[in-house]
Design a protein around this ligand. Structure first.
Ligand code: UDP
Length: 238
């Protein structure tokens, strides 16, 4: 039985989380630590969908800023998310956690395509499902991919594990008086342009009443705390 607040969650990790303390790419030690925390959550009975960004390898906007065609650069970004998904799959399977990667861009030599019913079956069997390539279209981000998969998989919450410990009313890196919200509603996030996820992702969560829990995944043991309803976080809700 699950000892967490939730039965099924979608955990979104930004690509930069996989860098650990490096400036670029994937830090295998850090990915292994993450995988251990995910395993412990899974072992408690929780059903887990994962979405991992690609910003540690390539972001479409950055490519476009250097003169690349935006859509072309975005496809590169989506491929980066598949690499991260495979790295996490490898780390989880080393710990004996069965996983399936489902990509929104079909590549049948390396992973499954996104098939909702098949993903359901994987979760029932205790497998972790990693959704890669975002929504499979340029001009989106993996935040939108996470919101979409959380909705279609009927997740109880979207957990956004990032490098800050919640949502602030201004940037805590530049303003020492910045205040963290305990809870904040979707419309405030959108109206005040608070840095949570991009607007389309927040709107999709709002329209489907999926709470977004923003927390720092860099702090060891935090995933378990958040799942138990503890730890420092911000909950975006109605
Ligand atoms: N991307 C995209 N469509 C999607 C998901 C991702 O075009 O549905 C591209 C986009 O260029 C994005 C990159 O993939 O910048 C990496 O994803 P993201 O920036 O969301 O990663 P994160 O910031 O979470 O590491």
């Amino acid at each position: 039985m699950s000892t967490t607040l939730y039965k099924r969650v979608l955990l979104k990790l930004s690509g930069e989380v996989l860098m650990g303390n490096q400036a670029f790419g994937i830090d295998p030690d850090f990915v292994a630590e993450m995988a251990q925390e995910i395993k412990e959550a899974r072992d408690s009975g929780l059903e887990i969908c994962l979405v991992i960004g690609g910003g540690n390898i390539f972001r479409g906007m950055a490519g476009a800023a250097k003169g690349m065609d935006r859509a072309q650069a975005d496809y590169m970004g989506m491929l980066a998310t598949v690499m991260n998904a495979l790295a996490m799959q490898n780390a989880l399977e080393k710990l004996g956690v069965h996983t399936r990667v489902q990509s929104a861009i079909e590549m049948d030599k390396v992973c499954e395509p996104v098939i909702r019913r098949r993903a359901e079956r994987h979760l029932e069997k205790g497998r972790v499902v990693i959704f890669a390539a975002g929504v499979g279209a340029p001009y989106f981000t993996t935040d939108s991919g996470a919101a979409l998969r959380a909705a279609e998989m009927r997740c109880d919450a979207l957990l956004k594990g990032t490098s800050v410990d919640g949502v602030y009313d201004s940037d805590p890196k530049t303003n020492a008086d910045a205040k963290r919200y305990e809870t904040v509603n979707y419309d405030t996030v959108l109206a005040d342009n608070l840095k949570v996820m991009d607007a389309s992702a927040v709107a999709l969560c709002r329209d489907n009443a999926i709470p977004i829990v923003v927390f720092s995944i860099r702090e060891k043991g935090n995933l378990a705390r958040i799942l138990a309803g503890e730890g420092t976080k911000t909950i975006v809700q109605k």
